[in-house]
Write a protein that binds this ligand. Structure first.
Ligand code: SF4
Ligand code: SF4
Length: 452
């Protein structure tokens, strides 16, 4: 018998949680912790520790290897998410835009048909048969001809790949022709932005004539008239949004959206220049997020189910449930490992956020696929976000978390973060700690129902 490495987290005065590197955890009482420290284990405690692989024996060695292979299964799968930006332009002028999208009237910034073709030819070199191609931007619908070319060209290309198409759009340029084309070509996985009720949404996402009315119109029309399935939405939280947690949750319920993802505004792209107007401290975000979460719990308990997505992701990890892969919640993260972002000029970046910072450029679609994803930049990214050798290694949340090199570079000037002062790290610590605490409270049943 041998003790595995574990770190201790206090949930309440008499409950401590022991967490291992593979993410297994066990709650013990104060007196059990004392016995562990003194290495005086009774039979029942020994059994519990063995089950959670906190002590290692010949019986649980294989199970531990299985846990590690699950935790790191994404290392060997190849890129599944290819994000194509058909244009960098946008008809909105959101103050937090990380892509710093220029206005639609500006010249340039569109992907040409020739580059669109080269991009698909490049993606086709991927060893994976099943891939997701996601359109982002700017506002991708601002260059619909390139999107249409890509979808049609991919359909004709042989050998075939199984493509799941996804579009991330503000929906304001949607029309019946585009909606029918999407429906006909199975492009029905859509994600939009809804920052809350009209006053919050339109303040955060300025558009001549109002953005809220358009997004709400198309959300409903795509579902009812075009029979699109589930349409997702992201909610970016600015300083202005902080006062409206309850109203924002109410708006999501009113629009029949089953979950809410309150994304903190981050110091990148245009948000950097507007930080005084829209930014806030990590603590301010944490209180907003806590209020949003509690509101979602209350509504769910009252028979109006709505889940808060960060809590759901964390609860899944802590409950050991297999979660859908999430690039920014894996270690190493998915940058240049599970996703890549293709720009209108054919350059390739590590990930969607990476496109905002020149440092994260990997190469161009003119180069061979293998060369791009085994390049020093790609491997450095992998090494960095695996957080080996950083202080994360001594953090109890490390099995469930990775830091973001792009955000560290954008907000702190280096892709290696200064953890003591890193907003993402402060937020993650608070989130993991609160969700673990909730698993010991009556809210556990609600979190479990979201997971189920
Ligand atoms: S980023 Fe922060 S919370 Fe996440 S593992 Fe590193 S130290 Fe821990
Ligand atoms: S670098 Fe940051 S934004 Fe990009 S995939 Fe990793 S965690 Fe996510």
């Amino acid at each position: 018998m041998q003790f595995n490495k574990f770190l201790v987290h206090k949930v309440s005065p008499n409950t401590q949680v022991l967490i291992t590197d593979a993410g297994n955890w066990l709650a013990v009482s104060q007196s059990e912790l004392k016995s562990i420290k003194e290495r005086k284990l009774g039979l029942s405690l020994r059994k519990k520790l063995e089950n959670k692989k906190i002590i290692l024996t010949s019986k649980n060695k294989k199970a531990l290897l299985h846990d590690y292979s699950q935790l790191y299964s994404h290392l060997t799968q190849g890129i599944s998410l290819h994000i194509i930006n058909p244009t960098m332009k946008c008809n909105h002028s959101c103050p937090y835009c990380y892509a710093e999208a220029p206005p639609v009237e500006s010249k340039g910034s569109d992907m040409s048909i020739e580059t669109a073709k080269k991009t698909i030819d490049f993606i086709w070199q991927s060893p994976r048969k099943n891939i997701v191609i996601e359109f982002q931007g700017g506002e991708p619908l601002a260059n619909f001809p390139a999107m249409q070319f890509i979808i049609d060209y991919a359909a004709k290309k042989r050998p075939r790949k199984n493509i799941h198409w996804r579009v991330v759009s503000n929906l304001s340029l949607m029309d019946e022709t585009i909606a029918s084309y999407f429906k006909k070509n199975n492009v029905t996985d859509l994600c939009t932005s809804l920052d809350g009720p009209e006053k919050v949404h339109d303040k955060n996402r300025p558009l001549h004539g109002g953005s809220y009315k358009k997004v709400v119109y198309w959300l409903n029309a795509l579902r009812s008239e075009f029979d699109f399935g589930r349409i997702g939405a992201l909610c970016t939280v600015t300083k202005y949004s902080l006062h409206f947690a309850e109203e924002i949750v109410g708006e999501y319920l009113a629009q029949k959206l089953p979950d809410i993802t309150p994304v903190p505004v981050r110091k990148i792209g245009r948000a950097k220049h507007n930080w005084d107007k829209i930014g806030y401290s990590p603590q301010q975000y944490i209180s907003f997020w806590r209020e949003t979460l509690n509101c979602c719990i209350q509504k769910t308990r009252a028979g109006k189910p709505i889940s808060e997505q960060f809590s759901l992701m964390i609860a899944r990890k802590l409950l050991g449930e297999k979660a859908p892969y999430h690039s920014c919640f894996s270690k190493p993260c998915g940058a240049a490992l599970m996703q890549a972002s293709y720009q209108p000029d054919g350059s390739i970046y590590t990930c969607d956020e990476g496109k905002a910072e020149r440092l994260f450029k990997l190469g161009t679609v003119e180069q061979p696929y293998r060369k791009i994803f085994t390049s020093p930049n790609a491997l450095n990214m992998l090494s960095l976000s695996s957080s080996l050798g950083l202080l994360c290694n001594e953090c109890k949340w490390n099995p469930y978390c990775s830091f973001c090199p792009v955000m560290a570079h954008s907000s702190q000037g280096s892709p290696t973060p200064l953890l003591y002062n890193n907003a993402d790290c402060t937020i993650r610590k608070a989130q993991f700690s609160l969700i673990l605490k909730k698993l010991f409270s009556k809210d556990r049943a609600i979190l479990q129902s979201w997971v189920n």
